[in-house]
Design a protein around this ligand. Structure first.
Ligand code: G1P
Length: 295
C-alpha cells in the first residue's frame, strides 16, 4: 500500500544531556534555553506546526520534565493573568500549545544515539511519513519566505521519498555532520548516492552537510532495528539512511534560509543577537545599543 504524502507527525529527540552548556544545563534541559524570549524547542515545534504537522512526539529522558510542562496548560499562571486582565500575555502563554496540536512523550532509557532515539517513537508514528527536528539547529526561513520544514514538506509531497535538509559547510567542519553526495535532481535537490556520518575532511565525499531536519518514510524504522552501533558506539540515523537508500531513493534538499547551530556557544550567541535584532518589540532599541558599543 502506498504511504500517504502528507506529513502530520514530527519527532523531536530531546533526551541529550547538553554537556556543552554546563552549568546552565545541569538541572534544566538544553532545549529549554531561551533565544531572546522563546525556548529552542518552541522554535522547532512552531516550525513543524507551520509545515502542517499537528502531532508532536518528544523523545525525552530523565530531567526533561520542563519540556512536558512547557507544552501543557499552566492553570495557575493562566488564571492569574486572566484575573489581572493581562490578555496579551495570556495569548502568548496559550499560543505555545494550540488546541489542534497533540503532544506525545516517550522516553529514551539510554543514550544509544540519534537512530535509537527515533526508533523509540516508532510505535507512536506507525506506518506514515514523519519529520525529525533537532532543536539544537534553529532554522530561519528566508525573509518573507517559507520556514525550512514547510519547504521540505513541499518537496516530499512531490517526491514521495525521504528528504534531508542540507547546506554547504566549510571543509574543516565536515566532521561535525552527516555528509551526502550525489547528482543534482532538480531545483535545490540532490539524489543521494553516498552518506557518511562525521567523516574526516580527506574522506568526505562532498561538503554537503545534513542539518537537523529530516522527512523520513516509515521504512526507516526497519533499517534502524537492524542497525549495528556505528561511530562512537551509537546507533546512527545516518547509517540507517544509508541502508534505506539501497531500497528506495533518498533526496537531499538545499533549503533556503539560515541555520544557527545552537548546540554550540558561538551559534547560540549568533542566534540570540540576530533574532534580537529582528524582534518586533525590541529590535530597534537593541540595534541602537549594539551600535553604541565600542567594538
Ligand atoms: C546529528 C547527526 C548529523 C547531522 C547533525 C546536524 O549530529 O548525526 O548527521 O549532520 O545532527 O546538526 P549531532 O550534531 O547530534 O552530533
Amino acid at each position: 500500500m502506498p504511504i500517504p504524502r502528507s506529513v502530520r507527525t514530527a519527532v523531536f529527540p530531546v533526551a541529550g544531556l547538553g554537556t556543552r552548556f554546563l552549568p546552565a544545563t545541569k538541572a534544566s534541559p538544553k532545549e529549554m534555553l531561551p533565544v531572546v524570549d522563546k525556548p529552542l524547542i518552541q522554535y522547532a515545534v512552531e516550525e513543524a506546526y507551520a509545515a502542517g504537522v499537528r502531532h508532536m512526539v518528544f523523545v525525552t529522558g530523565r530531567s526533561k520534565r520542563a519540556i512536558e510542562d512547557h507544552f501543557d496548560t499552566a492553570y495557575e499562571l493562566e488564571s492569574e493573568l486572566l484575573a489581572a486582565g493581562k490578555q496579551a500575555l495570556l495569548d502568548v502563554v496559550r499560543a505555545v500549545a494550540p488546541d489542534d496540536m497533540d503532544c506525545s512523550y516517550v522516553r529514551q532509557p539510554r543514550s544509544l544515539g540519534l537512530g535509537h532515539a527515533v526508533l523509540c517513537a516508532a510505535h507512536i508514528v506507525g506506518e506514515q511519513p514523519f519529520a525529525v527536528l533537532l532543536a539544537d539547529d534553529l532554522m530561519v526561513g528566508p525573509p518573507g519566505g517559507q520556514p525550512v520544514l514547510a519547504q521540505m514538506v513541499e518537496a516530499f509531497e512531490s517526491l514521495g521519498r525521504s528528504v534531508l535538509a542540507v547546506q554547504e559547510v566549510p571543509l574543516d567542519q565536515v566532521r561535525r555532520y552527516g555528509i551526502v553526495a550525489g547528482p543534482a535532481a532538480g531545483d535545490q535537490l540532490i539524489k543521494i548516492e553516498r552518506i557518511v556520518e562525521k567523516p574526516a575532511p580527506e574522506a568526505a565525499p562532498s561538503r554537503m552537510g545534513v542539518a537537523g531536519r529530516y522527512i523520513l518514510t516509515p521504512r526507516i524504522f526497519d533499517e534502524i532495528r537492524n542497525q549495528p552501533a556505528g561511530a562512537g558506539g551509537e546507533i546512527q540515523l545516518t547509517d540507517a539512511i544509508a541502508r534505506l537508500m539501497t531500497k528506495e531513493r533518498v533526496y537531499a534538499y538545499q533549503y533556503s534560509g539560515k541555520r544557527y547551530d545552537c548546540g554550540s556557544k558561538e551559534g547560540f550567541l549568533e542566534a540570540t543577537v540576530e533574532l534580537a535584532l529582528q524582534h518586533p518589540q525590541m529590535g530597534a532599541a537593541f540595534r541602537t545599543y549594539l551600535k553604541s558599543l565600542a567594538l
